[in-house]
Structures are given as C-alpha cells and as structure tokens.
Design a protein around this ligand. Structure first.
Ligand code: ATP
Ligand code: MN
Length: 282
C-alpha cells in the first residue's frame, strides 16, 4: 500500500519535514521514494520571451543539489531512493512518472493561504487528485509549521497518530478503510468514524456504525463513532479540528459516483478547507 511513494517537490521550507514524516511508513511497507522535481518550462519560456535571460543549466544544477540533499536523508534512513529532474508541465509530468514508476502513493500539497487567510489547495494538487489512479496524500505545510522546532520523531508520529474516517459506505470509502489497519503499524492508535446524515433518517446506519466500531477495535484501535446531521464537508472538518486528528482518510468518490465526475464534492471540499492532512483514496 505504501511500497513506493512519488514525492514531487519544489524544496519548499517544509518539504523535508514532510519527507521525514513519510519515512515512518517503513513500518507499513515503504521501500522506495521517488523524489521528483519538475522544471516548469512553460512558465520559463514566457519569462524568456519577455527578454529576460534564463540559464536552464543553472536551474537544473541547483535542483540537482537540493534533490541530492533529500536523497541523502532517505538513504541514511534505509529507504531506497530514485531522483528525477524533468522539464515539462507539472501535473502531466507527475502523472506520467506515477504511471511509469508504478507507485503506490503520490504525496502532494502546496498549501497556501488566500487574502482572507483561508487555506486552499493549489490547483496542482487538485488536478493530481482528479487524474491520479493511485491514492494521494495531501500534506499540510502550515500544520508542520506550528510544531516546528520539535524533534523529527514528533513529526513522525504526528501525521499518523489519530485518524478521522468519514464514510458513506460507498465503494471508494470502503477502499479507503483498507488503508487503516496498516497505519496501526506506524503508530496510529485512535480512530474516529463519522457519518453525516444528509436526509432525516437512514435505517440501519447505527448498526453499520456499531459494526465499524467493532471492526476497528479488533484491530487494536481506540474507537469513537459520531453520527451527525448537517453538511458533510463542514461537519467533517469541524470534527477534524475539534478532535485534533492528525490525518483524515477518505474516498475520492461517494454514493453519488458518476463516471463523468472526477472527484466527489464532499471529498473535494474536505481537502480544500481542512487544516489536517488528507489521504484521498481513489
Ligand atoms: P457528490 O456527493 O458530490 O455527488 P460523491 O458522492 O461521488 O460525489 P463524495 O460525496 O465527495 O463523492 O464522497 C467522497 C468521500 O467522502 C466518501 O468516500 C466518504 O469517505 C466521504 N463522505 C461522503 N459523504 C459522506 C457523509 N455523508 N458522511 C461521511 N462521509 C462522507
Ligand atoms: Mn456524496
């Protein structure tokens, strides 16, 4: 499930802390990380065409140095590593590499704040999730910032400590569920299961929740379940914040699945507005 991870990076401030977080997936079967940097030529050509000289060799050299620094870290952690520096357009190069390398997970997440201070997911991440065939882990940089200064070990257990699993019992949500037992091996100890009722009542939901509670308990988790009425994405994000979960694990589609839609609206909004990292399972 986490055997081979594709980690595209621009070497931002928090790219290394996130990578450190990921190395604890070794206990969940992580063997290799593909580090990737895309030199976005389209943007560079526009700058060059406006008369500004661009030294592509220098850009490449600089990227190579940075990527080597990340690779060294992984090697000392005993994780196999491959580096890729490619020129092209960001999203299509990432998807191409994910395919060619047959990765099990893509890590994305350039998180920014807009002028109102709200978080939103960059369009890159958005497009990756829509088109990726494999799960995407959306990391949240600012969350790491708040704990900056603490040790690497704390970064490590932070992301997988306490999981929020929102479900509508769709096939995509069920696939997301399958990632959870594995996370127990990397330190996840608590799980909150939530279902948000969109209609007035739904017979059998309580029983389904009780079954899930039992299932996770038997895997060794401390479990709580919540059945709420409201807007799914808003309630999910509210619980994530209030309960201070470290990761949300959910499907990319739900009950409303249609071929024409690449990404369900509940999942899309959770990823966009949540302050917590989200593992989106296709
Ligand atoms: P849409 O709802 O926009 O028609 P969809 O049903 O295909 O699209 P989403 O509703 O976004 O897709 O579902 C994606 C994931 O969100 C599900 O796999 C599940 O994890 C979670 N989810 C969706 N609805 C609920 C809900 N009511 N309560 C809890 N989790 C939910
Ligand atoms: Mn839905």
């Amino acid at each position: 499930m986490f055997k081979k991870i594709l980690y595209p990076t621009k070497f931002e401030e928090f790219a290394l802390p996130i990578l450190k977080n990921l190395t604890c997936l070794k206990a969940a079967g992580l063997e290799e990380v593909i580090l990737m940097n895309v030199i976005e030529t389209e943007a560079l050509f526009i700058i060059r065409d406006s008369g500004f000289p661009i030294d592509f060799d220098r850009i490449r050299d600089k990227a190579q140095k940075e990527i080597n620094r990340f690779a060294e870290y992984l090697e000392t952690e005993g994780v196999a590593v491959k580096t890729k520096i490619v020129e092209g357009s960001l999203v299509s190069e990432i998807l191409k590499a994910a395919n060619e390398e047959d990765v099990s997970l893509i890590v994305a997440g350039r998180q920014k704040r807009d002028i109102l201070g709200e978080l939103f997911v960059g369009s890159t991440t958005d497009r990756i999730i829509r088109k990726s065939a494999v799960p995407v882990l959306v990391a949240k940089y600012h969350v790491l910032k708040e704990t900056a200064g603490e040790t690497t070990e704390q970064y490590c257990t932070n992301m997988f400590r306490k999981i929020l699993y929102p479900t509508d019992w769709s096939s995509s949500a069920e696939r997301a569920k399958q990632y959870i037992p594995t996370l127990h091996k990397v330190g996840a100890s608590e799980i909150i299961v939530v279902h948000v009722l969109e209609t007035d009542f739904d017979l059998g939901i309580k029983e389904k929740l009780a079954n899930l509670e039992q299932e996770f308990q038997s895997q060794g988790f401390k479990v709580s379940v919540q059945l709420i009425k409201g807007k799914p994405y808003a309630e999910i994000n509210k619980i994530a914040t209030e309960e201070d979960v470290s990761l949300i694990v959910m499907g990319s589609h739900g009950k409303g699945f249609t071929e024409a839609i690449f990404w369900g609206s509940v999942s899309q909004r959770v990823v966009e507005y949540s302050e917590k990292p989200v593992l989106v399972v296709k």
